[in-house]
Design a protein around this ligand. Structure first.
Ligand SMILES: NC(=O)c1ccc[n+]([C@@H]2O[C@H](COP(=O)([O-])OP(=O)(O)OC[C@H]3O[C@@H](n4cnc5c(N)ncnc54)[C@H](OP(=O)(O)O)[C@@H]3O)[C@@H](O)[C@H]2O)c1
Length: 269
């Protein structure tokens, strides 16, 4: 394996000497941060990375749900209360991880939300929350994680949970689609910046269609409409997205998965 990102850190030398360590084995005992781990896709990605042998930090506002996940998973899962709309809260979280476990090797920028807020009549507050969480928090977490990855010199992987709405614009979802189109631009821009640094840090977007989570309940503010959304046809389950995360993480270092478009088979748009 060649590459300027290797240094004399004993951990790095171990990576260098074990070219055959592919798959998830290379991540064993390393630290993953999953944002929005209290429900839905994030909770399942945290569970799966933990099952694969990683130490996992899960953050969200509903820390009671994170505590329940910790009760299920055990000591290699660490919950942190964090409101991603607040930069100080994000910085405190990274400082806590530094003290607890050191550098983050895998960042899964999963937290996100949609509001049913059209461009003609949507509330500014709803637009702002989507942009704050889906775009700005993702960029702040990425900066904090990659700064540490670069300092440590052991490579790393940043995964953005984007959306099919990064690739087309569904009716009445202009601001949500704008936020996910921004994630698509940020993915490519980050790839180029990291490439310049020759740091061996990979970037992947995963763009799901409908997944059965708390998303539709939050979007429509209605349990009934959420149920209707997920019963039109067989939608994806969070495990389907976790599988895509593992595929990207486990691929050989020479291979960078840029974007996985993952629709339910029956989803028309
Ligand atoms: N479900 C779908 O159909 C679908 C399709 C395409 C893309 N996605 C994307 O998938 C990602 C995960 O969504 P999901 O479907 O799993 O939705 P979900 O079940 O509603 O989960 C959203 C997660 O984001 C967290 N979150 C929201 N605002 C936050 C904040 N201010 N600070 C910290 N955490 C916050 C929530 O935690 P707390 O509320 O506890 O803070 C929760 O853990 C999102 O980026 C979404 O855009 C979902």
């Amino acid at each position: 394996m060649s590459g300027s990102w290797l240094n004399d850190d004993p951990d790095t030398l171990q990576d260098q000497n074990t070219e055959e360590v592919f798959g998830m084995d290379r991540w064993t005992d390393r630290v993953a941060l999953v944002t929005g781990a209290s429900e839905g896709i994030g909770a399942d990605v945290a569970r799966r990375l933990h099952a694969e042998g990683m130490r996992v930090v899960g953050c969200a506002r509903r820390v009671d749900r994170l505590q329940r996940l910790r009760d299920r998973l055990g000591g290699r899962f660490h919950p942190i209360a964090c409101d991603l709309r607040d930069e100080a809260s994000i910085l405190r979280m990274f400082a806590e991880i530094d003290v607890l476990w050191g550098s983050v090797s895998v960042l899964v920028n999963n937290a996100g939300l949609g509001h049913n807020a059209s461009l003609l009549s949507g509330a500014t507050e709803h637009w702002r929350e989507m942009l704050d969480v889906n775009v700005l928090a993702l960029a702040v977490c990425t900066r904090e994680a990659t700064t540490r990855m670069l300092q440590r010199g052991r490579g790393g992987h940043v995964i953005h949970i984007s959306s099919m709405s990064a690739h087309r614009v569904p009716p009445n979802s202009g601001m949500y689609a704008a936020s996910k189109h921004a994630v698509r631009a940020l993915t490519e821009a980050l790839r180029m910046e990291l490439h310049e640094r020759g740091a061996g840090i990979r970037v992947t977007s995963i763009s799901p269609g409908f997944v059965e989570t708390g998303f539709a309940r939050q979007y429509h503010k209605s349990e009934a409409q959420a149920r209707e959304t997920y019963s039109r046809y067989e939608v994806l389950q969070p495990e389907d997205v976790s599988e895509a995360v593992i595929y990207a993480l486990a691929s050989p270092q020479r291979s960078q998965i840029h974007d996985i478009l993952l629709r339910p088979t029956q989803q028309p748009l």
